[in-house]
Design a protein around this ligand. Structure first.
Ligand SMILES: NC(=O)c1ccc[n+]([C@@H]2O[C@H](COP(=O)([O-])OP(=O)(O)OC[C@H]3O[C@@H](n4cnc5c(N)ncnc54)[C@H](O)[C@@H]3O)[C@@H](O)[C@H]2O)c1
Length: 379
């Protein structure tokens, strides 16, 4: 018997609209799934561009009004791939219409909006997930597994950096990424992924102190100079509930650094280190090994025994960025209709609270507890 069809509606045809669309096409070809996704409708504000996207990505139809995606009777999952400042309103409408929701990170540009989004999916009892796709990369999933197995012992230190060069050139025109209300901060845009990984692997972040800077304070848009109110770079010290401490750096003004992120955990027994430039590798140093083996070993994190490798290429060929989105779609569809979706929007809300704590700490130049920032509704 063939799997029942599941209608997909995607809001936004940009980079993530494309990544998510391809993922729904590939997921059932990589894994056997209980539901067959069908690309029903995609929306975007530019009519000609969304028509082109719909044709090239294989959607049945397109619209320039996202409300039509949410209202469509043949759509079961609304997948939100628009700028962060728009997420909450779309999630709320989708939940109200009884649709399942997958929302790109960060959940919102403002904590209050993130709270609204979570309240809406809870009220409507619809399944929901946040797009922390890096959890689906074998090396990072393996890192989490090894920490859970006690291979580094008790985590003491966490270190993460996410560096890009996307804001280096002052001639790059103003767009949604330079307005905090639309694009969220750099702490949230880049940092959300790392804060999620930190929480997933090491536990709750409880307090932070930080500094931020915006080096290029205005950019042109159609010949007019517009203010930039998003940080170019931020750095934070972190405290975890379990006693570990951490350091986080996020910056979009690092020449010749593209999507360069690193994550490291040092426990009382061992070290694990990941570098996205070598995304199929994980470095492990086991402090319990004899002295003649002193050092860290390179694990080829794409072995069939590793998480998130099911259905992919022969060992040595690599599992990359695109595959994280396919794994995400497959993991969610595998749970259709009754299994749990994870990470859900509540995780996105918790990450948002940490991001805003970092922003407040930087603005007020002091240590700030996450509990001080987290909305009472979110606790
Ligand atoms: N998980 C990842 O690796 C990753 C990577 C890049 C971006 N993202 C996230 O994905 C989301 C989208 O980013 P992107 O790079 O695809 O953006 P993009 O600029 O490429 O595309 C944005 C899309 O949203 C639509 N849009 C813009 N403003 C809108 C509005 N006010 N109302 C309705 N639609 C609107 C545009 O028409 C376009 O289709 C953001 O939240 C971003 O942080 C995630």
């Amino acid at each position: 018997m063939s799997a029942p069809e599941l209608g997909i509606g995607i809001v936004g045809y940009g980079g993530m609209g494309k990544a998510h669309s391809l993922a729904y096409v590939l997921a059932p070809r990589v894994r056997e799934l209980p539901a067959a996704p069908r690309l029903r409708v995609i929306s975007g504000r530019n009519g000609a561009a969304v028509e082109h996207a719909a044709r090239s990505l294989g959607f049945e139809r397109f619209t320039s009004d996202w409300r039509e995606v949410v209202a469509a009777a043949d759509v079961d999952i609304v997948d939100v791939c628009t700028p962060p400042g728009t997420h909450a309103e779309i999630v709320e409408a989708a939940a109200q219409a009884g649709k399942a929701v997958l929302c790109e990170k960060p959940l919102a540009a403002e904590l209050g909006d993130a709270v609204r989004a979570v309240a809406a999916v809870r009220r409507a009892s619809v399944r929901n997930a946040i797009g922390f796709n890096y959890r689906r990369l074998p090396a990072l999933a393996l890192m989490k597994q090894l920490i859970d197995e006690g291979r580094v012992g008790e985590p003491r230190l966490w270190r993460g950096a996410f560096l890009t060069d996307e804001f280096v050139d002052p001639e790059i025109p103003h767009d949604w990424r330079f307005t905090r209300a639309e694009g969220a901060s750099t702490v949230a845009d880049l940092g959300a992924h790392l804060i999620d990984l930190a929480g997933w692997m090491v536990g709750e972040i409880t307090a932070t102190c930080a500094q931020s800077e915006t080096f290029i304070r205005s950019r042109s848009s159609n010949g007019e100079l517009r203010e930039v109110d998003v940080d170019d770079a931020s750095a934070a010290l972190l405290r975890f509930g379990g006693g570990a401490i951490g350091v986080l750096e996020t910056a979009r003004v690092c020449p010749r650094r593209p999507c360069d992120f690193t994550v490291e955990v040092n426990g009382d027994r061992g070290t694990l280190r990941f570098d996205y430039a070598r995304l199929n590798e994980l470095w492990y140093g086991d402090g319990a090994e004899p002295p003649e083996l002193y050092g860290v070993r390179r694990i080829r994190a794409e072995h069939p025994s590793h998480p998130q490798t099911e259905g992919w290429w022969p060992l040595g060929q690599g599992i990359g960025y695109g595959e994280t989105f396919v794994n995400q779609a497959a993991d969610l569809l595998a749970q259709w209709p009754d299994g749990a979706w994870t990470p859900d929007l509540a995780v996105g809300l918790e990450v948002q609270a940490v991001c805003e704590t970092i922003e407040r700490a930087a603005a007020e130049r002091r240590w700030v507890e996450v509990a001080e920032v987290r909305s009472p509704a979110a606790v």
